[in-house]
Design a binder for this molecule. Structure first.
Ligand code: ATP
Ligand code: MG
Length: 580
């Protein structure tokens, strides 16, 4: 084992034994274990978990695992050698077989329970026992915790088999959805959007499960066939996997006084969240009330910035329930997500999702999740009126903070130093009416065009534009003229000299990506992968981890283009059900 420093970027982790030296499962000390759990983790049947923060569960390995890909970038950050990803020991562990891991690596993983609120309404109906005690990580389990280069990370298998929270389902994830999540996490990180990270992806050469899906060429809303798909395990990494729903679970129990430790368990999970996600900004020596107030303020900042970033890059989470809202303020659970092609405020690729989780409604959905977060924290402050008032103010100020993050984001996309409502409103109407390709439009604008010629590359020839081309183009020209006049005035501050055209363009191109992970790029990648060819997955990974770069002419030709008309309304491409 060699040592890494700034001059010597040699990886330090080249074997599983090296990885074992880093293991630090301190989560086990700060959280409590389900008292009904078995120590060996043989706990794979749906059951109620009444208390405790985690349940030891042994993963169920996928049969005959094969390497698909790993994140070279993240490996480098962690100091992991690339060769590790294809080494038998590592493959074994991260395809779910912990039975042979060297000490002190744990031979059991852990799954956690959480509650569900949809758009601000509490649910227990999704729990098979109708109590909420059977809901949580049904197929996700963490297997490793360590501090690496000063940062604490938890590593979690997705698709690692059944847990007590599996609700009778198979505990598996299929290759299709695993490829999607793996690529999206890599892409979002490269876009500068906070996210759980991708580590590795392995597929089974022999084990399959059935999932409802769309037949070739289907334009149906819902899946029309049952297909057999290979199972896979992807590993994702984050400082913690705590969700808003997790705080809710313990807060609901405290509110209902469900057991004597309920309030203590709520406090423990909140302190754990602060330690894992907010350790740098919340002083350990503060009182619990002070910590809770700071936590709410910081989470509000992170969540509002996160959602503004989603909209900046054209991302729709699709299913932004409180259990898919990471309490650390990053993107979590890439299930029925999508990156928009056409600008449509109501873009929502998930057929089960509805308008409330659509593209431009995400700030409102975020507020609903923040409301549940606030609700969950309140029981901790009942004896401190002053802190409670501060907490309530943070809650009521959400919409204003969200609005200002959105305005800052639109200003940056437009290359302005301040938001201009009139310009934005006109643009929004034009983008929608034409309609434009969201990514291509802003990228072309970032080249500061002299006339609307280059912007027309982003126009979809659909009904309105086709029928009223002349009038629409005239409106675009007028808008562009105004934008040009305003953008010339853009400065680095009141007294600074105006940004040169080159500098302004460069700055805008760091805000407006050239490439994004459109679903019709991902579909052929997972289709080929299902036949054992991973080239396209790896190619997309490479391209989508440099989304702001121009890249080669060949890549531009293939990946900087409008969505082909035959893909509109196509099942599995334009919309999909949640099954994964
Ligand atoms: N095949 C499955 N087997 C067991 N549980 C499942 C399965 N699919 C989904 N679940 C569970 O159902 C719940 C809702 O699923 P959802 O699609 O939000 O999450 P997910 O994509 O599995 O996971 P995550 O939120 O951890 O990324 C989650 O608690 C999840 O663990
Ligand atoms: Mg989920």
């Amino acid at each position: 084992m060699t040592h890494r420093d700034s001059e010597n970027p040699l990886p330090t982790i080249t074997t599983l034994d090296d990885l074992a030296t880093l293991a630090d499962y301190s989560l086990m000390d700060t959280l409590s274990c389900d008292p009904d759990a078995t120590a060996n983790g043989d706990d794979h049947m749906p059951r109620q978990v009444f208390s405790g923060h985690y349940v030891p569960v042994s993963p169920t390995p996928i049969k005959n695992p094969e390497y698909v890909t790993h994140s070279k970038r993240f490996f480098r950050e962690l100091g992991f050698a690339d060769s590790l990803a294809e080494s038998p020991d590592f493959i074994r562990m991260f395809s779910g077989d912990l039975t042979h891991v060297p000490e002190p690596l744990s031979k059991v993983g852990w799954a956690t329970g959480y509650a569900l609120s949809i758009f601000g309404t509490e649910y227990v109906q999704q729990c098979p026992f109708q109590t909420g005690n059977g809901y949580g990580d049904g197929r996700a389990m963490s297997v490793f915790e360590a501090v690496i280069n000063g940062q604490r990370w938890e590593m979690q298998l997705k698709g690692g088999g059944r847990t007590p929270y599996c609700r009778g389902a198979d505990g598996r994830a299929v290759l299709r959805s695993s490829v999607r999540e793996f690529l999206a996490q890599e892409h979002m990180h490269a876009l500068g959007v906070p996210t759980s990270r991708s580590l590795s992806l392995y597929v089974s050469k022999t084990e399959t499960v059935n999932r409802p899906w769309y037949s070739e060429g289907s334009y149906m809303k819902d899946p029309d066939v049952l297909i057999s798909e290979a199972v896979a395990i992807s590993t994702r990494v984050a400082p913690s996997f705590l969700r808003v729903g997790q705080l809710e679970l313990f807060s609901r129990r405290a509110r209902k006084n469900e057991h004597p430790q309920a309030m203590a368990e709520l406090e423990m999970i909140v302190l754990h969240l602060i330690d894992r996600e907010y350790g740098e900004v919340i002083d350990k020596n503060l009182t619990i009330a002070e910590k809770v107030v700071l936590l709410a303020r910081e989470f509000r900042s992170r969540l509002t910035l996160l959602v503004a970033n989603w909209i900046r890059v054209g991302y729709c989470q699709g299913n932004f329930n409180s259990d898919n809202c990471a309490a650390g303020g990053f993107t979590l659970d890439y299930g029925p997500f999508g990156f928009c092609d056409v600008y449509d405020p109501q873009f929502q690729p998930w057929t089960g999702g509805g308008h409330h989780f659509s593209f431009m409604n995400q700030p409102v959905a975020a507020e609903r999740n923040f409301h549940m977060f606030w609700t969950a924290l309140r029981p901790l402050l009942v004896s401190n009126q002053d802190a409670m008032e501060q907490l309530d103010e943070i809650r009521s100020g959400f919409a204003e903070v969200m609005q200002s993050e959105m305005e800052a984001m639109w200003a940056a996309k437009l290359g302005f130093d301040a938001f201009n409502r009139e310009m934005f409103n006109e643009l929004e109407a034009l983008m929608q009416q034409t309609p434009v390709d969201y990514t291509i439009f802003f990228r072309e604008l970032s080249s500061l065009p002299d006339d609307i010629g280059p912007l027309k590359k982003s126009f979809y020839s659909r009904s309105l534009y086709d029928a009223n081309a002349e009038e629409i183009e005239k409106r675009w020209s007028q808008w562009l003229e105004k934008w040009q006049a305003l953008s010339v005035k853009t400065t680095g501050g009141k007294d600074a000299s105006p940004l040169s055209r080159v500098a302004l363009s460069k700055q805008m191109k760091l805000v407006n990506p050239k490439y994004n992970l459109r679903e019709w790029f991902v579909v052929p990648a997972y289709q080929q992968a299902s036949m054992g060819n991973y080239d396209l997955v790896r190619e997309l990974q490479e391209i989508m981890t440099q989304p702001y770069e121009e890249q080669s002419a060949e890549i531009e030709q293939k990946f900087y283009k409008l969505k082909p008309s035959e893909f509109f309304e196509a099942g599995g491409l334009s919309h999909y059900s949640c099954s994964s």
